[in-house]
Design a protein around this ligand. Structure first.
Ligand code: BGC
Length: 447
């Protein structure tokens, strides 16, 4: 595989998110996000959850290293509580100054900034007012997105409104943030408000940024294994699960409304839909960000328990799961791209995240992460195959540039191309996978 196989218009990037890397939780007037609160409550495993990897103070070196590895784009996200402490006005100019410096430095290096407006770090104040269950958050978020476009739009040409609403909703369903446990009905209401917020933010951003800006959003996009069900029952279950995890966000954006026919579980959503909502949830994104790590949860028939949601491990090239439990299956990406390339919300696709998290070991100053290299190579081969089939997918962002805080799981799952040695002042050590990308991207090597 060579860089040239992908052509000149293909974007090679790395991705990260504010809470997972920045640290500096109280610098320059930043207020707490829900994740600072999770750290405070001890629900982020291990040490230093609120320190990220200290990107706030080390961004110059990090950006230089990303550039040195040969990437031409860097996907970051904006921390809402750093920019608008409690979620609404006033705007915090000191918080904005940090992103100004990061963006300017990227441009100086020739790294194209790809900016996600919201990647899960909701201001705690808004959480306390009902988070995404409160309909008013649609306006709060749209106003925030508009301010971000005004502040950074002179330099940022690639935007993603949301990162994976499904992950937020999934955590509500599972009750991970909740004192009282799982809450499916809150989750459905929240999903609808996120759809409205995403589209409204898209419209406000378009008004500020004009047609030259590329405004996309990102979603968990994947399919349930088996990819080609052979019986009716499995096909119906697969359809239902894909509707609950992916189509619930994509269909409204594409003007299709909600996939009620796929599963009865969506029915309670109807009572939250007001007149005009389905039109308001529609937005013509310039690209859809595909976040693919492996196949979706499937329902398995278990003794005693009956149909139970499980991440089924496909019989593919390998039977291995990442540290976060996701089966490694590059082939699923091809099925995903084939399925969603025809979706009205996704007529151009960019892989905005993909990667592999495990417990890397630093041995004699080196990290030999062959499995990660294998994973990237196979996923990229799949992207090349999809392009050869005529599927419009024109970028790949590796998650992540460096190890970081994997939400509830803390530092343990390492997803980086660069190892962070927390024991030695957060020292950055490029893993073998980083050098693999460097050879691919800067030397034109055949890898
Ligand atoms: C999220 C990232 C996360 C990654 C690895 C994605 O779902 O957008 O924030 O770290 O997966 O689990």
């Amino acid at each position: 595989m060579q860089r040239a196989d992908f052509g000149d218009d293909f974007t090679w990037g790395v991705a990260s998110a504010s809470f997972q890397i920045e640290g500096a939780p109280t610098a320059d007037g930043k207020k707490p996000s829900i994740w600072d609160e999770m750290v405070r409550l001890g629900r982020v495993a291990g040490e230093g959850g609120d320190q990220g990897i200290q990107f706030h103070d080390r961004y110059e070196d990090d950006l230089a290293l990303i550039h040195e590895l040969g990437f031409d784009a860097n996907r970051i996200s904006l921390s809402w509580p750093r920019l608008m402490g409690n979620g609404r006005d006033p705007w915090n100019p000191k918080g904005a100054d940090f992103y100004d410096r990061v963006i300017d430095r990227m441009l100086e290096l020739g790294l194209e900034p790809w900016v996600t407006v919201h990647h899960w770090d909701l201001p705690l104040a808004l959480w306390n007012q009902g988070a995404w269950t409160r309909r008013g958050i649609v306006e709060d978020f749209a106003a925030f997105a508009e301010r971000c476009a005004e502040a950074f739009g002179d330099r940022v040409k690639h935007w993603m409104v949301f990162n994976e609403p499904f992950s937020v909703i999934g955590s509500i369903v599972a009750g991970l943030h909740e004192r009282r446990g799982p809450h499916p009905s809150k989750a459905l209401r929240s999903a609808h408000h996120m759809n409205l917020a995403c589209a409204e933010a898209g419209r406000r951003m378009r008004a500020v940024l004009g047609d030259a800006a590329q405004i996309g959003t990102t979603n968990v996009m994947s399919v349930v294994h088996p990819y080609e069900p052979t019986d009716e029952r499995t096909a119906r279950r697969k359809r239902a699960l894909e509707a609950l995890m992916v189509d619930i966000f994509l269909d409204p954006a594409g003007g299709l409304g909600y996939p009620f026919e796929a599963t009865k579980l969506l029915a309670p959503l109807k009572r939250h839909i007001e007149d005009g909502d389905l039109e308001a949830a529609t937005f013509r994104y310039d690209f859809m960000g595909v976040q693919y790590y492996g196949p979706l949860v499937g329902l398995r028939q278990l003794p005693v328990l009956g149909p139970t949601p499980l991440l089924s491990v496909p019989d593919g090239e390998v039977r291995i799961r990442s540290e976060v439990g996701v089966p490694l299956d590059p082939e699923g990406l091809l099925w995903t791209l084939r399925k969603y390339a025809r979706h009205p919300a996704a007529d151009r696709l960019v892989i905005t995240e993909g990667g592999f998290g495990c417990q890397d070991r630093l041995v004699d100053g080196r990290i030999r992460d062959d499995i990660r290299i294998w994973s990237y190579r196979r996923h990229l081969e799949v992207v090349a195959e999809a392009r050869a089939e005529g599927i419009p997918v024109d970028g790949y962002f590796a998650w992540s540039y460096a190890d970081n805080i994997e939400w509830y799981l803390g530092r343990r799952p390492r997803f980086g191309l660069v190892y962070v040695d927390y024991e030695d002042d957060y020292r950055r050590i490029p893993k073998d996978s980083a050098r693999w990308f460097q050879a691919l991207l800067t030397e034109g090597a055949d890898v």
